[in-house]
Ligand binder design. Structure first.
Ligand code: PLP
Length: 374
């Protein structure tokens, strides 16, 4: 359900700010200036210039625009892209397309058992080959692992300064503070509906001096990079939702971190046998995503048992579990004894309470006591 305050704001925007921002009459000019205001607000939160933000329909479009926009540009090409083995389908399917249709060589970096990229391996790749693009997921949607972006950009700056870095930053937005300028990356993709905006809006950050070809051609809106009538009500509502997400960030993260610790304490107290997948350190994983394996029972039956109790957990990422994408991410961790089949992904929300965590643990413990294969 959309947050009532966001809904109220959106309804007001739809009633009062639904003119075409390209129109020359007064309402159109006001609509255009409201979009500029919204972009300025979002740019302030993301620490970039408003002109560096392109509004899209969501991260899938942003990622497609970034990756194809670089791959199809007429710059000298090495036909080579560096990525990780744990990308969301919105990235991995684009790379597969570029590989099959345009003969791109795609190199994948492995991850450690907690889903973290090894910076030495990144440097090793850059020493071996020349790339057109590096693209990586900033916060992994299955493990919560945080990419050490600053270390990667520093290494890139030393070894191959002209190769642009794109981040799939969907799961980073609203979960960690973002300073795009300081990070030193060239492109980043976001879904604003992931942080409480109505569905169908995302952003692509493109640093000023980075050149890409547009995916959509037409009326030339948004600096010729994303044609199509802009939606002032939606852009303003997204800026409102982003401001809310960032206003409460520290408080929310403190709460989620304490719930995550509480979850493990309760599991220990109940004597449950588990293996942590998500990293513990604050700098290595966001608190709202917990990937955890129960070696004595596969994740699928466990998920069904919990679902019958009205507890929603997943074994795949919510937005594309039909494609069993989680298994790609988990496979990349190279867990022993097919442990990836035992991994549950628990997603915590700021509205969750200790009582709910206790109920989850109780149900997990009961299910394991009844069905565990020892
Ligand atoms: N990247 C990540 C990490 C995601 O979690 C998602 C969807 O949840 C996407 C990309 C695709 O975003 P969208 O479906 O909003 O286009």
């Amino acid at each position: 359900m959309i947050d009532p305050e966001v809904l109220e704001y959106y309804l007001d925007q739809l009633q009062n700010n639904n003119y075409n921002p390209a129109a020359r009459y007064l309402e159109g000019i006001k609509a255009a200036s409201s979009i500029q205001n919204a972009l300025e607000q979002m740019a302030e939160i993301l620490h970039c210039d408003p002109d560096e933000l392109i509004v899209t329909s969501g991260a899938t479009e942003s990622i497609n625009t970034a990756l194809k926009g670089i791959a199809f540009s007429p710059n000298p090409k090495h036909q080579r892209i560096l990525t990780t083995a744990a990308e969301h389908a919105a990235t991995s399917e684009v790379l597969k397309y570029l590989k099959e249709s345009d003969d791109f060589q795609i190199d994948q970096m492995d991850l450690d058992a907690k889903g973290l990229v090894k910076v030495e391996q990144f440097a090793h790749h850059l020493k071996q080959h020349s790339y057109d693009l590096i693209t990586a997921i900033y916060v992994n949607n299955v493990t919560g692992a945080i990419l050490p972006v600053k270390e990667l950009t520093d290494s890139r700056n030393r070894l191959q300064p002209s190769v642009p870095i794109h981040l799939d930053a969907v799961q980073a937005l609203g979960k960690i503070p973002l300073n795009l300028t300081k990070l030193g990356i060239e492109l980043a993709s976001f879904s604003l509906h992931k942080i409480g905006a109505p569905k169908g809006i995302g952003l692509l950050y493109k640093a000023k001096n980075t050149r890409i070809l547009p995916l959509l051609h037409g009326g030339g809106q948004q600096h010729q990079l994303r044609s199509g009538t802009e939606n002032p009500a939606l852009v303003n509502t997204a800026a409102f939702a982003m401001a809310r997400a960032y206003h409460n960030l520290e408080k929310t993260n403190r709460h989620l971190r304490s719930l995550k610790n509480y979850f493990y304490e309760k599991l220990d107290a109940a004597g449950v046998n588990y293996q942590k997948i998500s990293a513990d350190l604050e700098s290595e994983a966001v608190p709202e995503i917990i990937a955890i394996a129960f070696p004595e029972l596969r994740a699928e039956p466990l998920l069904n048992i919990l679902a019958r109790q009205g507890i929603g957990v997943s074994i795949g990422s919510a937005c594309s579990s039909r494609k069993s994408e989680q298994s790609n991410v988990l496979k990349s961790l190279h867990l022993a004894n097919q442990l990836e089949r035992h991994v549950l992904r628990i997603s915590l929300a700021s509205s969750n309470t200790e009582e709910e965590i206790s109920r989850l643990v109780e149900n997990l413990a009961n299910a394991l006591a009844k069905y565990a294969i020892k």
